[in-house]
Design a protein around this ligand. Structure first.
Ligand code: GLU
Length: 356
């Protein structure tokens, strides 16, 4: 309770300081909104319908739906794609990252907001955090309710995200994810609920800050390497090596590993049971995948939160496996793809999972 109160005080102090900064600001920053689709751009046949189509509304219509947005920043939009985020691809990631790097390298853009479906938003945000080379703020946002829904929260999420992207306080914080008045570090956040507006949670490390009708404050920094200090880049790349995720369960069959290797996977992430575990036979298949095909297997977890520790129930070196640390399977896949694309080898791989 005491700790909570202290955190709240620090947050309120930060909010107050930021608000002062805002009123003293002269001239508006330039914020570019890159739209990719999702429910925030979705529409339904009625305001109370639970079914809708994602990625229907264009970026200008979305901007026009946000009262006061033009008082926060000079806002302009660009459509990168217009898809439900289950259809976000590596090609779109690379296009998005290249465009962000290009925009932020100029003096004309001070911050970026990416509108995105919530299903894979944590993946896109984490990917961008590793390959965007700028200290300027990049914020991803979305909504759980479509733009035509009763109490649609997309406009306020967009308003808040523009405020973050326009603020000096958000510089050097890496890629952030903001929905529901919260600011998350891309590395730490997960979608934890299928429909609720409070779906985004940073279960291990907590939120980085808060934002309330455009007034914002931070009370911690990102904890892993990102942005300009990241060794990863997508410059000149058009694809990434295939990495698949296999969900583990009781009585899991080891031939799943062989099937993915045969299908062309260069790396495999196991959404393991508990602390990154899998059946003994699957573990042996993982060892064989590396010995025979050089396929690296990363142990993550199907549990919603928690670390996957190296050498926990067996020695990882004995099976050539890597522990994902606190990266969930989808994010572990991204780090493994980028690492393999840069020719990283097994001995240095574990360190990368601790670093990024
Ligand atoms: N499948 C949709 C998407 O991720 C729905 C989720 C959302 O945007 O809230 O784009």
């Amino acid at each position: 309770m005491k700790l909570l109160n202290m955190k709240m005080m620090v947050f309120l102090m930060a909010v107050t300081l930021t608000a002062v900064g805002f009123t003293q600001e002269t001239g508006l920053p330039n914020v570019k909104i890159l739209a990719t689709g999702g429910t925030i751009a979705g529409s339904a046949s009625s305001a109370t319908s639970s079914s809708y189509a994602a990625g229907q509304v264009g970026i200008q219509t979305m901007i026009n739906a946000v009262p006061g947005i033009k008082e926060l920043a000079n806002v302009s939009g660009e459509q990168i794609s217009n898809v439900g985020s289950q259809d976000i691809s590596i090609v779109i990631w690379i296009k998005l990252a290249n465009r962000i790097n290009e925009l932020l390298a100029t003096d004309d853009v001070d911050g970026i907001v990416v509108t995105h479906g919530t299903d894979t938003q944590e993946e896109t945000a984490y990917f961008l955090s590793l390959v965007v080379k700028s200290d300027k703020p990049v914020v991803t946002t979305g909504s759980m309710r479509s733009s035509t829904s009763i109490s649609a929260e997309g406009p306020l999420n967009l308003y808040n995200s523009v405020a973050i992207a326009a603020s000096k306080e958000a510089q050097g914080k890496g890629v952030m994810v903001s929905l529901n008045d919260q600011i998350h570090s891309a590395r730490d956040v997960s979608k934890m609920n299928t429909t609720n507006v409070g779906s985004f949670v940073s279960p291990i490390k907590g939120i980085m800050g808060g934002v309330f009708y455009g007034r914002l404050g931070f009370f911690r920094e990102p904890t892993t390497r990102f942005g300009k200090s990241s060794e990863f880049s997508v410059e000149g790349k058009t694809s990434l090596p295939r990495v698949d995720i296999i969900y583990a369960y009781a009585d899991m069959s080891p031939d799943l590993i062989d099937m993915h290797v045969k299908a062309g996977a260069k790396g495999i992430v196991i959404a393991g049971v508990g602390n990154g575990n899998m059946t003994d036979e699957t573990l042996k298949a993982a060892k064989e995948a590396y010995e025979k095909h050089g396929v690296i297997v990363v142990r993550s977890t199907r549990a919603a939160t928690g670390w996957v520790l190296r050498d926990n129930e067996f020695k990882d070196d004995d099976f050539y496996t890597i522990a994902s640390h606190d990266l969930n399977p989808a994010k572990a896949r991204i780090l493994l793809m980028l690492s393999l694309a840069d020719g990283k080898k097994l001995p240095e791989m574990q360190e990368l999972f601790y670093t990024y």
